[in-house]
Design a protein around this ligand. Structure first.
Ligand SMILES: C[S@@+](CC[C@H](N)C(=O)[O-])C[C@H]1O[C@@H](n2cnc3c(N)ncnc32)[C@H](O)[C@@H]1O
Length: 335
């Protein structure tokens, strides 16, 4: 019964093409999870690893309520899975989902749309509660007949078994401006394990540097109540694009030795900054193909203010993103 109900919800997500429908079906998915869930989540079980902080089970469950994030990731992953099924019609599609959380939100709802022989998935989370929860959900929804392996493991160091070639790797373990959570360290570990045809989701995380007025830029504070109005979001018209700092994709880490830091060039700070006094990081996500999350459409694409020009009396700045520990931004100055 639950399997059919889930199939109807996920079908509505895939067909949805207006903001009001996105909101409606994301809420339906969130309500569905809350209705069938039998596990108690805690906000005290965050895990710090070198590469970032894994959210608590409660924090991870709440991600379903970042409505456009949830809807667009599900749409993108459906598109990727459909392509892979077309490309490989005679075998199952191998999926690695790193950081599945307690709801496995980005794959579990899609299972009823595919024959059980077509999907072979490994789901990893560092949080034991997430693994127990997904196990329960598979049972309750009647989806346990699918080939799903659940593992409590650290996706930053996880090595896939020799007999498992990944067709699709999924990880949404990020905060805005790639702060705090270990998305980049996880992508760095998984990318070299992908074959040439393997798809990484998100396909691209683009990180840009801008001089702007932070308070006038769109910023999502409450996805449940605000997303309805997101069509009205306008970026601040006097913002100045400075540079693309880096793009996280599978190519970035495919062959290189591990790195733990991105250092930008030095950029000239504006002398006249009345209209754009803030130095900000903007993040946009290409989930798959044409499915994208733009600035402030979700918590994870909110802008981040690194510094104010008013507090800097130098003429040039270099931005540094360091993910050797808890990912964070800093800067170096010179005259
Ligand atoms: C932002 S939540 C997203 C949950 C779910 N994927 C979703 O999209 O709703 C990230 C999840 O990744 C897990 N995680 C973070 N770092 C991890 C790591 N290094 N290894 C395994 N799981 C990790 C967290 O425990 C959390 O459940």
């Amino acid at each position: 019964m639950y399997k059919q109900e889930l199939a109807i919800i996920v079908q509505s997500i895939i067909e949805s093409n207006t903001i009001s429908n996105h909101t409606k079906c994301a809420k339906a998915l969130s309500d569905f999870y809350k209705k069938i869930n039998s596990v108690t989540f805690s906000q005290d079980n965050e895990t710090a690893v070198s590469g970032g902080i894994a959210l608590s089970s409660l924090g991870a469950a709440d991600c379903v309520d970042d409505y456009l994030r949830t809807v667009f990731f599900i749409k993108g992953i459906y598109k990727a899975l459909t392509k892979l099924c077309r490309d490989f019609p005679d075998r199952s599609i191998n999926v690695l989902y790193a950081g599945c959380g307690p709801y496995a939100t980005l794959i579990l709802p899609l299972l009823p749309l595919f024959d059980k022989e077509r999907i072979n998935a490994v789901l990893i989370d560092i949080n034991a509660v997430s693994i127990v929860s997904v196990q329960e959900l598979l049972k309750i929804t009647g989806l346990e007949e699918y080939q799903i392996q659940l593992l409590e493991a650290d996706a930053i160091t996880y090595t896939i078994p020799e007999n498992f070639q990944i067709d699709l790797a999924i990880s949404e373990t990020m905060d805005y401006a790639l702060k705090n959570e270990p998305q980049v360290a996880i992508v760095q570990n998984i990318s070299p394990q992908l074959p040439a045809h393997g798809i990484l989701i998100p396909q691209e995380i683009r990180v840009d540097f801008m001089y702007t007025f932070f308070d006038y830029e769109p910023y999502l504070k409450n996805a449940v109540t605000e997303v309805q109005d997101y069509n009205n979001l306008q970026s601040y018209p006097h913002g100045v694009f400075v540079d693309r700092l880096f793009t996280i994709n599978k190519e970035l880490f495919a062959k290189t030795n591990p790195i733990y830091k991105f250092e930008s060039d030095f950029y000239k700070l504006p002398d006249n900054f009345k209209d754009h006094p803030d130095l900000c990081i903007f993040t946009e996500i290409k989930i798959f193909d044409d499915v994208e999350l733009k600035t402030a459409e979700s918590y994870i694409t909110n802008p981040y203010c690194v510094a104010s020009r008013y507090s800097l009396d130098h003429s040039e700045i270099q931005l540094v993103y360091d993910f050797s520990g808890i990912p964070q931004w800093s800067y170096n100055l010179k005259n």
